[in-house]
Design a protein around this ligand. Structure first.
Ligand code: GLA
Length: 381
């Protein structure tokens, strides 16, 4: 079964945009292994938009890799990625052209799926630009869903229609393994905060086999994104990246890194390979967290409580405001009654240090734009 747990990997878009090439992809794959990202669970190396020539081959009708960016063709890149023990991903679009204006797969789905299979592709991200007005979004994803199944290769299907057509309601039925529910992220605090705030009602649809995708992470980019677009501006602080990563983990969202892996700082490497956070993200039950808005502040702070398998629980306290807050919560809101005879014993997910045992309430100081994440179990008082 594909996507038993949320897919993990890297995608070229956030940092490289359309300027992607063989060297970057192969160097990234090598760096993945050198840094141990593969051992932490990251396995897909995905080439996004901009990999092909501007037109299909007039004789075969196939999409052709750009001869300058990929001088040895795609099979050779895919072989190099596979030799490192990683999986290889590619990109196309349900419309006539991709968002970057390269050939899309509309009306060529079965040919293109076979071509991706020939390349040795293990993952296809399928975008939604240039859709003919008369075309039907769900039908286009049904078509590529079948085309991938008929391609002769097991290919993970990553749908990217930005939440259109209430995608969460039907996408699981077309064979997809993950699906975007928002527009594009950019490398700012506001962007990931707004994405996170928009997700709570959708997470109940996300489950093993097909996961709600809150977009590629900007963690570790520090503003070094896609030149000439808003992804290239701003950037986040370490605290903000901690919050972004922790939110994605509490949501059981796919963890697709978008930074330049060759320039990953030690702090960011530690963050994205943090065993407790990845354990929360990859929990086999993939339950949505219970979300609580903390109304005493105007900053829309959030507390999350997530059931994990094996009798464990994760909690996240997020300060979206500009000042330090003590974020308070009553554990009764998550089901723990004071008369239960039980206490929740937690450790800090970032440091692994014991944090304490709690029966009725918690009152946790959190720095601005930062978070605290805990993991633990119920014990007798
Ligand atoms: C859309 C997608 C992005 C990226 C670009 C490529 O905007 O949502 O994730 O794939 O297209 O052009």
């Amino acid at each position: 079964m594909l996507a038993k747990t949320p897919p993990m990997g890297w995608n070229s878009w956030n940092t490289f945009g359309l300027n992607i090439n063989e060297e970057v992809v192969v160097e990234t794959a090598k760096e993945f292994v050198r840094l141990g990202l593969d051992k932490a669970g990251y396995k897909y190396i995905v080439i996004d938009d901009g990999w092909s020539e501007l037109d299909r081959d007039p004789v075969s009708g196939k999409i052709v890799p750009d001869h300058v960016k990929f001088p040895n063709g795609m099979k050779s890149v895919s072989d190099k990625v596979h030799e490192l023990g990683l999986k290889f991903g590619m990109y196309s679009c349900a419309g006539t052209r991709t968002c970057g204006d390269y050939p899309g797969s509309f009306d060529h789905e079965f040919l293109d799926a076979r071509t991706f299979a020939e390349y040795g592709c293990d993952y296809l991200k399928y975008d939604f630009c240039y859709m003919p007005r008369t075309a039907n979004g769900p039908l286009m994803y049904r078509r590529m869903g079948l085309a991938l199944k008929a391609s002769g290769r097991e290919i993970l299907f990553s749908a990217c229609s930005w939440g259109r057509d209430e995608v969460h309601k039907w996408i699981r039925s077309v064979g997809a393994h993950m699906y975007r529910t928002t527009g594009d992220i950019n490398d700012s605090f506001e962007s990931f905060r707004d994405i996170a705030f928009s997700q709570q009602d959708l997470l109940g649809y996300s489950a093993p086999g097909c996961f709600n995708d809150t977009d590629m992470l900007t963690v570790g980019m520090f503003g070094n994104g896609l030149v000439g677009t808003e992804l290239g501006h701003g950037g986040c602080t370490d605290a903000e990246y901690r919050s972004q990563f922790a939110l994605w983990c509490l949501f059981s969202a796919p963890l697709i890194l978008g930074c330049d892996i060759r320039k990953l700082s030690p702090e960011m490497l530690a963050l994205v390979t943090n065993k407790n956070l990845i354990r929360i993200d990859q929990d086999e039950e993939a339950r949505p967290p219970i979300e609580q808005h903390v109304s005493l502040t105007s900053a829309k702070n959030r507390v999350y409580f997530k059931h994990l398998s094996g009798g464990e629980y994760a909690m996240g306290f997020f300060n979206f405001g500009e000042h330090e807050h003590r974020i308070r919560t009553n554990l009764t809101d998550f089901g723990l009654s004071a008369s239960s005879g039980l206490k929740l014993t937690l450790k800090d997910a970032f440091t692994d240090e014991p944090f304490g045992s709690f029966t009725e309430y918690m009152n946790v100081p959190v720095a601005p734009h930062d978070c605290r994440v805990f993991i633990g179990r119920l014990e007798n008082v």
